[in-house]
Design a protein around this ligand. Structure first.
Ligand code: IMP
Ligand code: MG
Length: 178
């Protein structure tokens, strides 16, 4: 098993490039076979940039579009702490079938914030496609429509996903060695 070091932590190879290709084949088939028409993919930066670029090239639905947004945290004016805001939305998504592209869904806090941010735009539908999901820790109500692979509660890096901004460039996915 191949191991790598990032920030003095050891990571072990977990999902190789070949398996990632199969996962993308499978998830793109499911999206292509869904009844979703004229999809407007919304990839969440930074983590999903590689997954989004591989996935979008496998989508064969007419009038497919893609755009990229970022979820930023800033200190809110309320005493409640940070507020999250989606930035970079370019198109009018009202009456569009939006498919959010995420790298990984853990507790579900992020995807729930994204849903809240999109509510006001009156999309026709909002679906979610994620490469990875940790069902053991997911504790939210947002339906995750397309899941590449379910994984245990391990910390992973590579293929766009980071550990303190490192490791996004790795072609395989690695998990933190305990
Ligand atoms: P959640 O809000 O707990 O669902 O976490 C989702 C976000 O946290 C993802 O968009 C990732 O950016 C990050 N994240 C969660 N788990 C991991 C992981 O194992 N590796 C890298 N990033 C992760
Ligand atoms: Mg991240």
């Amino acid at each position: 098993m191949k191991e790598i070091n990032l920030d003095n932590k050891v990571f072990r190879q977990y999902i190789c490039r070949d398996e990632i290709v199969c996962i993308i084949e499978d998830i793109s088939n499911k999206i292509n076979q869904s009844k979703i028409q004229n999809p407007y993919f919304l990839a969440i930066l930074d983590g999903s940039f590689i997954f989004a670029s591989d996935l979008i090239r496998k989508i064969q639905i007419p009038n497919t579009q893609i755009s990229f947004v970022k979820l930023t945290s800033y200190a809110g004016t309320e005493s409640t702490g940070t507020v999250k805001e989606l930035i970079g939305l370019k198109e009018d998504i009202s009456n569009r079938n939006v498919i959010i592209i995420e790298d990984i869904i853990d507790t579900g806090n992020t995807i729930t914030e994204i849903f809240k941010s999109l509510e006001k735009y009156n999309a026709a539908s909002i679906s979610v496609a994620t490469l990875l999901m940790k069902p053991d820790v997911y504790n939210k109500d947002v339906k995750i429509n397309f899941i590449g692979k379910k994984i245990p509660n391990d910390f992973v890096v590579g293929y766009g996903m980071d550990f303190d901004e490192n490791g996004r460039n790795l072609p395989h996915i690695y998990k933190l060695k305990k």
